[in-house]
Unconditional design. Structure first.
Length: 392
């Protein structure tokens, strides 16, 4: 499924007589209002996909910070309260989790896929993350209305509706704008998430904030003015995605800066001379910290690329060359090589002695293994994908 266009710390407890608690489980009771009213319960798969469940719990409860994309504020309020089901396709699925109400947004950050071989889209009432490609999870999720096996290992399953399925069915049966509508498949009468309550024996001891999930932080901006320019200085740290907003009245805000920096910290301050107009002007700068999400450096490391590339690349210490060996074949010199570190999917670019190249994104599943996808001019190949391992 394609994503259309991505301080209350208390956890509410609601004991429902028709959904008894089972030892070791965590439940989310989702109350809906508007065109459909009622409550359904999601049993969360916190043992099998703990990071995805932690993200959902943190957003639902307000414990996890999210970026308000209209003002640039980092908020700690329940993310899902008031959000509509913006896409409903009868007999297929119900989708929600976009504060803009059109599928174009999320919490301001993305996090990696988390798959488990026992969690399949094999029935109705499967709860799974919507995305816009690999490693682009955020806040949007959908509930299936039938088995959808083609979504396995493409979207992360993180729960199942185990009570209140009739409510989910009524949502799926609601009249919509249809596939040709604008926007498509939107319920004619809005259906909203009124509140999400969390409960269960394992809730108190569950790790709500695993290290590998990105964090939102204040970038500590400092406004500076000279005779000719106005600039915004900030902490400037690597593996960070910076988002800047400005306003002349503290009421209406607009985005003016967005940049991600990987290995090297940015050097330059931000020149805001063109926006600093009028008697007063205000700025906010948020940092999306991906430092705990990035793969370790691979200076001198060796990658083995499975089919269809079927070879091994050993980079030298400067990551500007090395060797390429076809499985069962002979080694060939590399003309150039580069490795760009970034969250979830670093890029490996290699030009072979023959002049052929391959440019690959590496999607890790562990620190030493994952999947590659990209393109190459190696004879007989074009777009390629497969698995890889990496070792010192």
């Amino acid at each position: 499924m394609r994503l259309s266009r991505l301080f209350s710390f208390g956890l509410l407890v609601l004991a429902l007589p028709w959904m008894p608690e089972v030892a070791g489980q965590i439940y989310a009771d989702v109350q809906v209002s508007g065109g459909v009213t009622g409550t359904f319960t999601i049993t969360l798969e916190h043992r099998k996909v703990p990071g995805t469940v932690a993200n959902f719990i943190g957003l639902a409860s307000g414990q996890r910070g999210w970026l308000d994309l209209t003002t640039g504020l980092i908020r700690y309020t329940p993310f899902y309260d008031g959000i509509v089901f913006h896409r409903v396709i009868s007999g297929f699925m119900n989708q929600t989790g976009s504060r803009a109400g059109d599928g174009s947004d999320g919490p301001g950050y993305t996090f990696r896929d988390e798959f488990d071989a026992t969690l399949r889209h094999d029935a109705a009432y499967v709860v799974s993350m919507a995305n816009s490609g690999k490693q682009t999870n955020g806040s949007q999720f959908f509930i299936t209305a039938k088995p959808t096996a083609w979504l396995d290992d493409v979207h992360t399953v993180f729960g199942h509706v185990t009570a209140g399925t009739a409510v989910v069915d009524r949502i799926n049966a609601t009249p919509t704008t249809g596939s040709t509508g604008s926007p498509a498949d939107r319920p004619l009468t809005p259906i909203r998430i009124a509140a999400i309550s969390l409960r269960g024996p394992s809730l108190a001891t569950f790790d709500h904030d695993p290290a590998w999930l990105p964090k939102l932080r204040n970038a500590e901006p400092l406004l500076q003015k000279s005779a000719t320019a106005v600039t915004l200085d900030y902490e400037r740290l690597p593996f960070s995605d910076y988002r800047g907003y400005h306003s002349s009245d503290l009421t209406t805000w607009a985005s003016f800066f967005s940049a991600y920096f990987a290995d090297a910290a940015p050097v330059a301050v931000i020149n805001v001379t063109s926006t600093a107009v009028g008697a007063t002007h205000f700025y906010r700068l948020a940092r999306l910290d991906y430092s705990t999400c990035a793969l370790p450096d691979i200076v001198g490391n060796t990658f083995h690329l499975g089919a269809p590339l079927n070879g091994t690349v050993a980079l030298n210490a400067t990551r500007t060359g090395g060797s390429w060996t076809v499985d069962g074949g002979t080694a060939a010199a590399l003309l150039t090589a580069s490795y760009t570190r970034q969250p979830y999917a670093p890029r490996l670019y290699v030009v072979l002695g023959s002049g052929s190249y391959y440019l690959l994104s590496l999607h890790r599943s562990t620190a030493t293994a994952g999947a590659y996808v990209g393109r190459t001019t190696v004879s007989g190949l074009a777009n390629v994908s497969g698995s890889y391992t990496v070792a010192p």
